[in-house]
Design a binder for this molecule. Structure first.
Ligand SMILES: Cc1ncc(C[n+]2csc(CCOP(=O)(O)OP(=O)(O)O)c2C)c(N)n1
Ligand code: SF4
Ligand SMILES: [Mg+2]
Length: 302
C-alpha cells in the first residue's frame, strides 16, 4: 500500500461499500503527527472487532492503529491467538504467521522491503500474544533481537493463552490458577523486558493501555527507533477479562490497579543512549513543526 493507492476508482465509486468510502474520505493516511486524538473525528483503521465485549485488546488496537507514524507504509505481522481474529478488520497490510514464527517472518519481510523500496521507509510491526512471543516463539523473538533486526515487536500480554481457553504462559504470574492450569503457576513471571534489553533492543517499554497518550508516545518511539537504530519491544498489559473473572466494564480498573506503585505493570522504559539522542531530535522537530503550523493558522492583524 502507499498513499497514492488509497484513492477511490471513480468508475467503481458507486458500488464501493460505505465503510470503504469513509476510509478513503476521512482516514488519516498521510497525516503527519496523527495520533489517538484523531479517534472520534476521523475514520479509524479498524472497522470492528471480534474480541469479547470490553476486552482491553480492542482499545489497544485502536490506540496503536491511531498512533502509527505511516500506516500506508506499515506491515503488521500477527500470530495465532485472540489478536489474529482482529486483523481481517484492519485497514493496514498484515500477514498472519504460523503461531510463534512471527519474528522470523518479520525479519525476512523487513529485509525484503528494504531491498525492494530502498528510498522509502517501510515499517514492520509484530503484534502477538504472550504465548506466541515468550513461549512457543521465544527462539524466533530472541534471534531477531540478537541479529538487531530493525522492526518493532509488540506483545499483548494477557498473562495466559486466552484463545485456547486459559493455559499457563511464561508471562503468567506465579501462583495464578487458570481454567486449564489448575495447579497454579509454579515459577515467576518471565522478565521479558529485561531479556529484550539484554538481547539488543534499543528501546523497550512496559505499560498498560489505560492511557492513550502514553500508548501513542511509546508506539511512536518504538517505530522511530526501529527505523534508524535496531529492534524495539513494547509489552502492553491487556488483561483477559474473561479468564480473570471480570465484567466487560472492569478491564480499565484492572489495568489501573496493576500500574500503581509496586504493581506488575508500573510503566517503565529502557532507552539506549543512541536511541535517546534520536528521540530528542524528533521531539524538537515535532515541537517546531507544530509551533509553525499554529503560527500559520493565526489571523494576521491588519
Ligand atoms: C503451531 C501452533 N501451536 C499451537 C496452536 C494452538 N494455539 C492457538 S492460539 C494459542 C494460544 C495463544 O496465546 P497467546 O499468544 O497468549 O494469545 P492470546 O490468545 O492470549 O491473545 C495456541 C496455543 C496453534 N494454533 N499453532
Ligand atoms: S478471551 Fe480474553 S483476551 Fe480473548 S477476546 Fe476474550 S477477553 Fe479478550
Ligand atoms: Mg495471551
Amino acid at each position: 500500500m502507499s498513499k497514492e493507492k488509497i484513492v477511490m476508482c471513480e468508475d467503481l465509486a458507486d458500488i464501493m461499500p460505505p465503510e470503504y468510502q469513509e476510509l478513503v474520505a476521512t482516514a488519516t493516511f498521510g497525516k503527519q503527527d496523527r495520533g489517538w486524538k484523531d479517534i472520534g473525528t476521523s475514520k479509524e483503521l479498524i472497522e470492528q472487532h471480534s474480541l469479547c465485549a470490553g476486552c482491553p485488546e480492542s482499545i489497544a488496537f485502536r490506540y496503536i492503529l491511531a498512533s502509527l507514524p505511516a500506516p500506508e507504509d506499515t506491515v503488521f505481522v500477527g500470530s495465532t491467538g485472540c489478536t489474529s481474529l482482529v486483523f481481517p478488520h484492519v485497514a493496514v497490510h498484515n500477514i498472519h504467521s504460523l503461531f510463534g514464527n512471527q519474528n522470523a517472518i518479520a525479519s525476512g519481510l523487513k529485509r525484503a522491503l528494504a531491498a525492494r523500496f530502498p528510498d522509502r521507509e517501510k515499517d514492520v510491526v509484530v503484534l502477538a500474544g504472550d504465548g506466541a512471543t515468550v513461549d512457543i516463539g521465544l527462539d524466533m523473538t530472541m534471534q531477531s533481537w540478537f541479529r538487531l533486526e530493525k522492526f518493532t515487536t509488540i506483545c499483548f500480554d494477557n498473562e495466559l493463552y486466552a484463545n485456547t481457553g486459559g493455559q499457563e504462559s511464561g508471562l503468567m504470574q506465579k501462583g495464578f490458577v487458570a481454567k486449564m492450569a489448575p495447579k497454579g503457576k509454579t515459577f515467576e513471571k518471565v522478565k521479558l523486558a529485561e531479556i529484550a534489553r539484554e538481547a539488543g533492543c534499543a528501546y523497550v517499554a512496559v505499560l498498560t493501555v489505560s492511557k492513550p497518550n502514553r500508548v501513542e508516545q511509546v508506539i511512536k518511539n518504538a517505530i522511530f527507533v526501529a527505523r534508524e537504530i535496531g529492534p524495539t519491544f513494547v509489552q502492553l498489559y491487556t488483561p483477559c477479562i474473561l479468564e480473570i473473572g471480570k465484567q466487560s466494564m472492569e478491564g480499565l480498573d484492572e489495568m489501573k490497579d496493576s500500574e500503581t506503585i509496586g504493581g506488575r505493570f508500573v510503566q517503565k522504559e529502557y532507552i539506549t543512549e543512541e536511541a535517546q539522542k534520536l528521540l530528542d531530535v524528533i521531539k524538537e522537530e515535532t515541537k517546531a513543526r507544530k509551533k509553525a503550523a499554529k503560527a500559520a493558522k493565526k489571523p494576521v492583524n491588519a
